[in-house]
Design a protein around this ligand. Structure first.
Ligand code: PLP
Length: 387
């Protein structure tokens, strides 16, 4: 159904097959070299930006170690991620606490560990920061509206209206904090580049009005993540994103570009991963049904949570590719009827597919390995291997 060569090169594919042939399924194999290449490509597409990798996308230690060695900074969402990244990064200036939802005690923990950069989007959180991380830089996350063109939106829950962001930055100064900048996240797997334009325009308005009316000179825009990985639905390439977004920035800020931060997750790591699953069973629900159910040993609870609402559509490769294909519903192994990956999206798979065959899920290096249940129905978390 999908051309594997559009996603993985011949040499990477044969290396992967050799590496994974005896591993128990389900499993995820991550190609660290792909992440390295993606990091370098992002750096050269946005030479003026600082990269803060969003750890949650793939917190595998080999991934963090390699990115730390390449000079990446890190966006952290919890004290547990902080403990993890401390193994690889000594300088707390390379870390930011980007979660707007946090306990006062955790703010204190970050402060004690030297972190001086905090995101916020509410008054109570800002007061907690002032109290537990005095003098720190704060940046306010604003709501962005174009989130319905993102395959995995991150709106509503995070961010505030720009008018409130204005008030929060004024309050930050009054509370002895350093009002540092504006952040937004255009939505993950954002396929409409225009989403950045709207958000940058709002940031520009805040920069301008805070300086004019309050004498507060902001320094930084954190543009979040949102850059695409290679799934079924087509996207522009990264270079197109970069040239458009750079144009939006220079239209709004001219030569006085503030410090620009990117927080990529998916776009750095997704294409590095291949999830291997085994077919447990193929069946039909009545004797003349045209659609088969294909049950596999990976599912929503162990690796494929982003198939929720069929948002992310992965390209699939099977060991029977080339044979005649028919419509399927693809489901996981647990006793929960929501453990169905694709039903409305009608995938076609070879009709010869049977128990024991393998289905490879391409571009599964992001939001898979740890975004999973611990042992629902007794199934252990999916294992990741690094090559
Ligand atoms: C998840 C997240 C990211 C990463 O987003 P991607 O779309 O995966 O690149 C970046 N910043 C913040 C604050 C996040 O929560």
């Amino acid at each position: 159904m999908y051309n594997r060569k559009d996603y993985v090169s011949d040499s990477d594919w044969s290396r992967f097959l050799e590496f994974s042939k005896d591993l128990p399924t389900p499993n995820i194999v991550v190609n660290l070299n792909t992440i390295k290449k993606n990091f370098i490509r992002l750096q050269s597409s946005f030479p003026y930006a600082k990269i803060y990798y969003a750890i949650k996308a793939n917190p595998g230690e080999p991934v963090l170690k390699m990115l730390a060695e390449k000079g990446s900074n890190f966006d952290i969402a919890s004290r547990y991620e902080l403990d993890l990244i401390k193994k690889f990064v000594d300088d707390p200036n390379r870390l930011s606490y980007g979660n707007t939802i946090k306990k006062a005690a955790d703010i204190k923990y970050f402060y004690e560990n030297g972190i001086r950069m905090f995101a916020t989007d509410s008054k109570d959180d800002l007061k907690n920061i002032a109290e537990n991380a005095p003098g720190s830089r704060v940046y306010v996350r604003i709501l962005v509206e174009n989130a319905d063109t993102a395959d995995w939106p991150l709106s509503r829950k995070f961010g505030c209206h720009p008018d409130m962001a204005y008030d929060l930055l004024v309050l930050a100064k009054q509370l002895g904090l350093n009002p540092w900048g504006i952040s937004f996240h255009p939505g993950s797997q954002q396929r409409d580049i225009g989403a950045w334009n709207d958000a940058i325009a709002k940031a520009k308005y805040l920069f301008h009005s805070l300086e004019e009316e309050e004498g507060i000179r902001l320094q930084m825009i954190d543009m979040g993540g949102g850059f695409p990985a290679s799934y079924v639905d087509p996207t522009n390439d990264l270079e197109t994103y970069a040239s458009e977004i750079t144009r939006f920035l220079t239209e709004d800020f001219g030569d006085e570009l503030p410090e620009i931060i990117l927080e990529p997750g998916r776009s750095l790591v997704a294409d590095s991963g291949i999830l291997t699953s085994e077919v447990i069973l193929c069946s039909r629900k009545n004797n003349t049904a045209l659609t088969r159910w294909v049950y596999i040993d990976a599912g929503k609870f162990n690796g494929l949570i982003e198939t929720l609402d069929e948002c992310i559509k992965y390209a699939l490769v099977t060991t029977k590719d080339g044979d005649k294909e028919g419509e399927v519903i693809i489901a996981g192994p647990t006793c929960d009827s929501m453990d169905v990956m694709y039903e409305n999206t009608r995938y076609k798979l070879p009709i010869t597919l049977k128990q024991g065959d393998r289905i490879y899920w391409l571009s599964t290096g992001a939001y898979t390995s740890t975004y999973a249940s611990v042992a629902f129905n007794g199934f252990p978390p999916i294992k990741t291997y690094y090559m």
